[in-house]
Design a protein around this ligand. Structure first.
Ligand SMILES: NC(=O)c1ccc[n+]([C@@H]2O[C@H](COP(=O)([O-])OP(=O)(O)OC[C@H]3O[C@@H](n4cnc5c(N)ncnc54)[C@H](OP(=O)(O)O)[C@@H]3O)[C@@H](O)[C@H]2O)c1
Length: 296
């Protein structure tokens, strides 16, 4: 299903997304950095009541200014208040900060949605003491442009509907490994914008991924919309600059672009991205377990 179809039922005559209704309850966003703020902005822009939104961050003055600039000063609360009041809690902190959250305060019956890349479900369920839903989404720029893509595992209709209303295309996955493959897939536009790649090589790689992970069907359409195949072969201008904007040191995009630069095929670079994702998860698991042991 494409984005237009996703949003069709929720767009009024003025082109605004409507219909959050009372069912959404209080939404809390813990972590108001790049991702957290990029989720809050379209919510408010599309009519989600500011008084039903709570946001919490660690204390940076810059982050506070960002929230105030968005007219969200009254939504700012401490993380404990947010966790004990919100019905839906988006966790948009970095994975290494998860243990600093007051997880025992989570309101009974609240839905916790982890946006933290690399933190696996079993660990999240242990940390939060109950079922958590993992969400992976494309970068803040695409979300703010209304061209974002996301997936949830396990699937959750209520959250999916909410995300559709703020313009994200939802792409279903049937296993956590497929969500991890999606994490690699959303890095593809950045690679194509930085390293000119023949269309047939990209197609071959996408075919290979789709054979194992059906989410690469809709993901392929999304990639083609952002970087049309013919452009992918030509784009060279501003390469370094663009890559610096999207590539985290030691992250998945960097692993894939390095692999390509060293002469690997596009397909091999995607597999390297999957491998790097597993390495990151192992590192996070180890550091979380070490912190728990120290605290115990
Ligand atoms: N950026 C992306 O493209 C992207 C895409 C998909 C998923 N993600 C995932 O989203 C998460 C956030 O990434 P990001 O790029 O938005 O990071 P970021 O810009 O560094 O933002 C992290 C936020 O977490 C807040 N924070 C840290 N500890 C906290 C605590 N104990 N209580 C409340 N807030 C706390 C920080 O507060 P202060 O501002 O006060 O320091 C900051 O606002 C990561 O797990 C990442 O894997 C990111």
């Amino acid at each position: 299903m494409n984005k237009a179809e996703n949003c069709e039922k929720n767009i009024n005559a003025s082109g605004e997304v409507t219909g959050f209704g009372k069912k959404s309850g209080i939404i809390g966003i813990v972590g108001f950095g790049h991702l957290g703020s990029s989720l809050a902005y379209p919510l408010v822009k599309n009519g989600y009541p500011k008084e039903d939104l709570l946001i919490a961050h660690k204390g940076s003055a810059l982050t506070r200014e960002r929230a105030v600039g968005m007219g969200l000063d009254r939504a700012l609360v401490d993380a404990r208040t947010l966790m004990s009041s919100a019905d839906i809690i988006f966790v948009a902190t970095r994975p290494q900060d998860v243990l600093s959250l007051p997880v025992s305060s989570v309101k009974r019956g609240a839905l916790v949605v982890s946006c933290m890349a690399g933190l696996p479900l079993d660990l999240l369920n242990d940390i939060f003491g109950g079922p958590v839903c993992r969400m992976m989404c494309s970068g803040p720029d695409t979300i703010l442009e209304g061209r974002g893509a996301a997936t949830l595992f396990p699937a959750n209709e209520r959250i999916e509907a909410l995300l559709r209303r703020i313009g994200l295309s939802i792409m279903p996955v049937s296993a956590e490994e497929e969500l991890d493959s999606f994490t690699v897939g959303i890095c593809i536009p950045a690679m194509l914008l930085n390293i000119p790649t023949p269309s047939d090589e990209v197609k071959e790689a996408m075919d290979l991924m789709e054979a194992n992970y059906p989410v690469y069907g809709p993901l392929r359409d999304w990639v083609c919309e952002l970087v049309p195949p013919n452009d992918a072969e030509k784009i060279t201008e501003g390469r370094g600059e663009r890559l610096a904007n999207v590539s985290t040191k030691g992250g998945i995009t960097e692993a894939m672009t390095t692999s390509l630069a060293l002469g690997a095929s596009f397909a091999a670079a995607l597999l390297r991205g999957m491998e790097r994702g597993r390495e990151i998860t192992d590192d996070i698991r180890k550091s979380v377990m070490d912190s728990v042991k120290l605290a115990g």
